[in-house]
Unconditional design. Structure first.
Length: 83
């Protein structure tokens, strides 16, 4: 792995861990079951991903939508696993 790849991957991992911790923290501060809150949160975010358009109003490329939703799922799964 070259220096650029190392830095890029390190930053991406840091973002994922920070987001996971934020989701977990917020979930534990909500009324009710934190796992239920995380599941509902993931559904709301995925729904917004589905609705998003490019700046010109055209639909986004499906591969990008799929990747974005997989990151949302990964972060919410990570948060749930840390409860």
């Amino acid at each position: 792995m070259n220096d650029f790849e190392l830095r890029y991957n390190g930053v991406e991992q840091a973002y994922l861990f920070i987001l996971q911790e934020l989701v977990r923290t917020v979930a534990t501060q909500q009324e009710g079951d934190p796992k239920t809150w995380i599941a509902e949160f993931g559904k709301r975010v995925s729904s917004k991903v589905d609705e998003a358009k490019n700046q010109d109003g055209s639909p986004r490329e499906q591969r990008l939508v799929d990747l974005t939703k997989s990151v949302v799922k990964a972060v919410t799964d990570m948060a749930e696993n840390k409860l």
